[in-house]
Design a protein around this ligand. Structure first.
Ligand code: DP6
Length: 320
């Protein structure tokens, strides 16, 4: 009745932004991401009928605010008539790093809940369940380059390339450590309802997905860099044009973008991507990682840099 699972965050290169069904939390567009290696969330779920209610501890502190979403996710896996659960999660990276801690958390949660309840779902079904809790979490069930496609019933996940076959590195430049102003769930809905660019964003996504998939399949770094930066800036344009506008960048985010541009001009194989927060993620070929780290760490306003390679998907580490 107790299981522990581990999952890594992922970073989208072709972004999920907008929902086609808010009830089922189904995305309006497909996405392509990379799963990270050295950063992870460890999640334990213990079912016990003697408990008065579910409880959630995140990084050693009670977290009642997140509990309803976590309980709903466990209901989706184990059924609403399941025993009460004690849930504990621990991440080895700061939540303020803007690394989609919800993706690794919900991916690890569905794996742990499935094992503790003995439901034995397959990976695709678990991805669907994680995605209902947080769209990006579905991708953390898989390793390396991952595509999330929309299909008639929901979503379909596939690995485009395992991490060992194209071992890129990611350098995260931390440009601010406070909590973000608007969470992704709310911000996506504001974009869908108010941004004049939203419909075009959705229309164009398939072309970006096709281009990025081709780039991954042919290990074409320049092609991937071009389409990933375009897709990222297009998503932020949708946000900027929303009412109220949502601008997640700060001055240091722009300084980092400029540092990446300078490196590109010098021939360093690197590109940037930015999610719903101010941190810049630089994706580079492994040989360039020291240079990228040094240059971003030396960029004015950068508080810290974190480095990681690409890794495998969520997995079970204990099952009593
Ligand atoms: C900008 O997966 O956090 O990181 O489904 O509402 O929980 P919900 O949203 P979430 O959104 C992630 C948005 C993004 C892009 C991406 O990861 O694809």
């Amino acid at each position: 009745m107790r299981a522990v699972a581990r999952a890594q965050p992922n970073i989208a290169l072709i972004k999920y932004w907008g929902k086609r069904d808010t009830e089922q939390n189904l995305p309006a567009v497909g996405s392509i991401s990379i799963t990270l290696a050295e950063l992870f969330t460890t999640m334990s779920v213990e079912f016990d009928d003697a408990l008065p209610a579910d409880s959630l501890v995140v990084n050693a502190s009670e977290n009642p605010a997140m509990l309803p979403r976590v309980s709903r996710c466990i209901d989706a896996v184990a059924g609403a008539r399941r025993p009460r659960a004690a849930i504990a999660s621990e991440s080895n990276f700061p939540i303020a790093a803007g690394l989609a801690s919800s993706a690794s958390a919900f991916a690890a949660l569905v794996v742990a809940a499935d094992a503790a309840a003995g439901t034995n779902y397959g990976r695709d079904e678990l991805a669907g369940l994680a995605g209902r809790a947080s769209g990006s979490a579905a991708r953390s069930l898989y390793g390396g380059f991952v595509e999330l496609a929309n299909d008639d019933d929901g979503i379909a996940l596939s690995t485009l390339c395992p991490p060992s076959e194209w071992p890129l590195s990611v350098v995260v430049a931390i440009t601010a450590t406070g909590p973000k102003a608007v969470g992704s769930t709310e911000a996506m809905e504001t974009s869908r309802k108010t941004s004049p660019f939203y419909a075009r964003w959705v229309d164009q996504q398939q072309a970006d997905l096709d281009e990025a998939r081709e780039a991954v399949n042919s290990r074409d770094f320049q092609k991937l860099a071009t389409v990933a930066e375009h897709n990222c800036l297009k998503m932020h344009s949708v946000m900027w044009a929303s009412r109220p506008p949502m601008v997640y960048w700060n001055a240091t985010t722009l300084e980092c973008m400029d540092a990446v541009r300078q490196m590109q001009a010098e021939g360093v194989p690197v590109f940037f991507t930015i999610d719903a927060g101010p941190q810049l993620k630089a994706v580079c070929e492994s040989a360039a990682v020291d240079e990228v780290c040094e240059r971003l760490a030396a960029t004015q306003g950068v508080a810290a840099v974190m480095v990681t390679g690409l890794g495998g998907g969520a997995g079970l580490i204990e099952n009593d």
